[in-house]
Design a protein around this ligand. Sequence first.
Ligand SMILES: [Zn+2]
Length: 226
Amino acid sequence: MNIINSNLKFRNGLTYGNNPKMVILHHADSVRCSIEDIHNWHLANGWSGCGYHYLVRKNGMIYTGRNEKAVGAHCIKYNTVSIGICCEGNFNTDGMGSAQYSALIDLIKSTLNRYGISKIHGHGELNSTDCPGNKFPLNRIRREVSEQKISLIYPGYLLKMNSSLFDGNVKVVQEKLLGIGYNVGKYGADGYFGKDTSEAVRRFQKDRGLLVDGIVGRDTWGKLFG
Ligand SMILES: [Zn+2]
């Protein structure tokens, strides 16, 4: 995945504290446009600048808009709880080409994984708008992103502290915990379920309202990968 830092200059600063619970997808409603075009359009609206967090162009290049931690300006009532991704194009008139589609899928998957979230919405599901267009492949995207998750099925036994036994499922859990911001200790995702991994599991369980026992059973696995 190739993300280009656009270095946009925002007017009057941005508001921080975005707490993403979902990804919201948009189209630019323009057949051809750059991140700078969008930035200028949104400045002309009187906003601080580009309201989205990312733009995915038709050639598959991804450009940064606002910092992910900044509150967006792309979906009324949801700007403090979402990552806004815009796709170059008008998907009322055109379908999406494969370079743009696969870059978008990568960006959505990595965003969802980073925040440990799973919701994907089209703008028009949340606000009264035809964005991102009736030819936008929303259902195909949802299907493809959720299929990846089904492959991470619960292994069928409890994963618990045992620092002398390597377990590939433990490694998968550690990688996931690291990816969503839980430190699993100085050895990282090594496949050994030591004290630091158990502590990380406990913190995750506490944050997600699960029984806090430091053991990965079906419920904790489901929250990690569901
Ligand atoms: Zn939109």
